[in-house]
Design a protein around this ligand. Structure first.
Ligand SMILES: NC(=O)c1ccc[n+]([C@@H]2O[C@H](COP(=O)([O-])OP(=O)(O)OC[C@H]3O[C@@H](n4cnc5c(N)ncnc54)[C@H](OP(=O)(O)O)[C@@H]3O)[C@@H](O)[C@H]2O)c1
Length: 270
């Protein structure tokens, strides 16, 4: 995978990253060893961007441990997720301890108390502990507020859902992000796995083979990344082999409009 600029954030990322919701909220030797194996597979496949949050239970801790000894070669993105500034500071202290004293991208999770949290994150950025600041939201119902935050000039990335079943970001968010030069991180590329419940027959994927697509998850990831306004997709998986499969979608050639439309039609039947 070739790295690309994450908008104006100053960060460079391989286009397939990895999420940790549910998959890294694990405890115990066997489950944590499995999470480490997923990170091993991600790094071996060229993934560099890892997303977490204090909302995801054990995920930050497990991810931090899995990155031991290789922290400097990855981009860690995590979040602050609480209405209370005191709790925000506790979350930040914990994350800094997990991730070697710095977080590359700090995001306000679901825009919770974003005005106060951005001020805290800006002071961390000024101290060099945080490199870039962003916000996330999972729901199109919050996109008006997201738009307002994007226009403040205080953030350089956004994280939103985008897949053939959830295209609301196309209306105003992706065009605005492109206008403002913001980095775009795509959560839920498989709609939390719902788009994978029914896989199109292998013959239907044949027209996509020339694009390096061999499987339905790869078709969906390439659909996202072929929209030039999106910079990195962060599928979550608990299986090392699936991480390798997903990462293989992060290389050229990208789809054109006809292939994207074709995949969207296959997605309608999924
Ligand atoms: N508000 C927010 O900030 C917010 C909200 C939602 C998500 N996120 C971030 O976005 C990340 C991704 O979203 P998500 O986890 O909700 O959903 P997702 O990535 O769309 O889907 C994850 C599901 O897909 C399955 N999967 C992954 N690769 C697969 C493959 N190659 N073949 C078959 N199944 C596969 C996984 O199951 P297996 O484990 O069995 O592979 C898992 O159940 C999250 O982990 C989180 O980091 C952020």
């Amino acid at each position: 995978m070739r790295e690309r600029a994450l908008g104006s954030s100053g960060l460079a990322v391989a286009p397939i990253g990895m999420g940790t919701w549910r998959t890294f909220d694990v405890r115990g030797n066997a489950a944590e060893a499995n999470a480490h194996a997923v990170v091993d597979a991600a790094l071996a496949s060229g993934a560099t961007f890892f997303d977490s949050s204090p909302m995801y239970g054990e995920a930050e801790r497990v991810l931090g441990l899995a990155l031991t000894g290789r922290r400097s070669s990855v981009i860690v993105a995590t979040k602050v997720w609480t209405p209370a500034p005191a709790e925000a500071r506790a979350q930040i202290d914990a994350a800094l301890a997990y991730f070697g004293g710095r977080v590359d991208l700090y995001q306000v999770h679901n825009l919770v108390n974003w005005r106060e949290h951005l001020t805290i994150l800006e002071s961390l950025r000024d101290r060099g502990v945080v490199r870039a600041i962003g916000v996330t939201h999972y729901s199109a119902s919050a996109f008006s507020e997201l738009e307002a935050v994007m226009r403040t000039g205080r953030i350089t990335t956004i994280q939103v859902p985008y897949n053939p079943h959830q295209r609301e970001a196309e209306d105003r968010i992706l065009p605005l992000a492109a206008d403002l030069g913001l980095g775009v991180i795509v959560m839920r590329p498989f709609a939390e796995g719902r788009l994978l419940r029914r896989t199109p027959p292998q013959a239907d994927l044949q027209p996509l083979r020339a694009f390096g697509v061999a499987t339905w998850p790869q078709a969906l990831l390439k659909w996202v990344l072929s929209d030039a306004r999106c910079h990195v997709a962060i599928p979550a998986t608990s299986k090392p082999a699936r991480m390798v499969e997903n990462a293989a979608a992060g290389s050229t050639p990208w789809f054109g409009p006809a292939e994207r439309e074709y995949v969207a039609q296959l997605g309608d039947a999924a």
